[in-house]
Design a protein around this ligand. Structure first.
Ligand code: ATP
Ligand code: MG
Length: 428
């Protein structure tokens, strides 16, 4: 519209310079070649010249124009492009202050309407495509993210309900895949722990039942009327022994429970290995002498370890006790301390019967014994090495057992050497 008005103003300026029939025709001729239509009137609105044929709608514009109140720079007289067939402007021709005529410019609104309708269609198509893309994206995202998450949520709910056998088959390498694998691992671990706990409880009840059966049996016999005092004393001794064994077993179980809950306090200090070995030897020597087994201590007085001496003493007693119980008369048990780089290694070597190869992987398990019959000769409950392992591991160390049937057994305990940083890696 502004362009149209400017064009009309240019014509009116030309006509103000020369308001001659020639010029009028010239202007009309010029516009007949363009997309626009020009009508030039005199001051009263009578047509003087026009470029193209005049439509009725154009005449309406000519009639309704108020000539008197016309600004010099012209006006847009028809701007309803969406209703009318033409838009129109009116530029007055004023020569020497005298009102002489008008240049009316018209432009067809057809192609504007066409353009707008095209644009509208295009916007509609783009809008539809956007909606379709959004729907597809939401669908894909929900398949990619939400569905796996929902499945994982369901799996964790199953786990909390006690069903530990969930399998999440999500074949992805991203974070969601990692999470799914972690959940599967967690459920496997829970399942294993549950089974282990059940087995352990079954073993404990078995362990407790056996001595109690002895105690009840001997108590029954001892209370019969025709039992001699001598026999009674014998039975009482067995009952006392079994009771003592039970007390030890329960004490050991209690310690294990504490180790499990990290309630076991470990007071680390720098302690000489040599001193540790001798204090242990003092405690176990009477039993060794009784079995006619000699003990050899090999250690360097300069090696010190950062440990809780009472706890490690208990570990050594458990291991030495095994060596003694499983070694024949006249053999040696060696306890050796060495330093290997950042670590202290304690080796306990016996020349006893050894552990069968099939049993070696299990000796550190709770209540595991090579001799399954609860023979009164050995009398162990199978907790000694399990406790030793817990204590060594809570020191940040490790314990292992190597054995050759008939030749002997080596128990190797690795501990962090006198380095106070070790405490943080222990975390207990
Ligand atoms: N030095 C060894 N020589 C032969 N067998 C061994 C030796 N040390 C351990 N074992 C075998 O490993 C098993 C487990 O040992 P562990 O110390 O845990 O239990 P235990 O000695 O039977 O009972 P506890 O120590 O609780 O009295 C033992 O039953 C024993 O058969
Ligand atoms: Mg033992």
């Amino acid at each position: 519209m502004t362009n149209l008005l400017a064009r009309g103003n240019t014509h009116s300026e030309v006509l103000e310079d020369s308001f001659e029939p020639d010029t009028l025709n010239h202007v009309a001729l010029m516009e007949s070649a363009s997309d626009f239509i020009v009508i030039i009137t005199d001051g009263a609105g009578n047509e003087l010249a026009h470029s193209d044929s005049i439509e009725t709608e154009m005449r309406d514009v000519l009639v309704h124009t108020d000539f008197e109140q016309m600004p010099q720079e012209g006006v847009i007289v028809e701007d309803r492009w969406d209703e009318k067939e033409f838009i129109a402007t009116d530029s007055p021709i004023t020569i020497a202050g005298e009102h002489r005529g008008h240049v009316f410019m018209f432009a067809e609104t057809n192609h504007i309407k066409q353009m707008v309708s095209n644009l509208r269609n295009q916007f509609l198509i783009v809008g539809l495509i956007a909606v379709a893309l959004t729907v597809i994206t939401i669908f894909l995202l929900s398949r990619l993210i939400t569905l796996p998450l929902i499945r994982m949520k369901q799996a964790t709910e199953q786990i909390s309900k006690g069903n530990n056998q969930v399998r999440l088959t999500i074949d992805r390498n991203d974070e969601l895949g990692g999470l799914a694998n972690a959940i599967t691992t967690l459920s496997n671990d829970l399942d294993r722990l549950k089974n282990e706990r059940n087995e352990f409880l079954a073993s404990i009840s078995h362990e407790l039942r056996t001595p109690l059966t002895y105690i009840k049996g001997y108590a029954d016999i001892a209370s019969r009327p025709n039992v001699s005092d001598e026999e009674k004393g014998e039975y009482m001794a067995i009952i006392r022994e079994e009771t003592a064994n039970l007390t030890v077993l329960i004490q050991q179980l209690f310690e294990l429970a504490q180790l499990d809950h990290n309630k076991f306090e470990i007071d680390k200090e720098y302690f000489s290995l040599d001193m540790l070995f001798h204090s242990v030897a003092d405690l176990v020597l009477p039993a060794f002498e009784e079995n006619k087994i000699s003990m050899v201590i090999q250690s360097d007085p300069n090696i010190s370890a950062y440990i809780d001496p009472k706890r490690i003493q208990q570990v050594l007693i458990n291991v030495l006790d095994n060596a003694r119980k499983h070694s024949p008369e006249g053999t040696h048990v060696t306890i050796r301390g060495t330093q290997e780089e950042e670590r202290i290694v304690i080796s306990i070597i016996d020349e006893g019967e050894g552990v069968p190869e099939v049993d070696v992987p299990f000796v550190f398990e709770r209540l595991y014994r090579v001799d399954k019959s609860r023979s009164r000769e050995y009398g162990g409950s199978g907790l000694g090495l399990a406790i030793a392992k817990e204590i060594v591991e809570s020191h940040g160390g490790s314990i292992s057992l190597k054995s050759e049937r008939g030749k002997g057994t080596l128990v190797r305990i690795q501990l962090e050497s006198g380095d106070s940083n070790a405490e943080s890696s222990v975390g207990r």
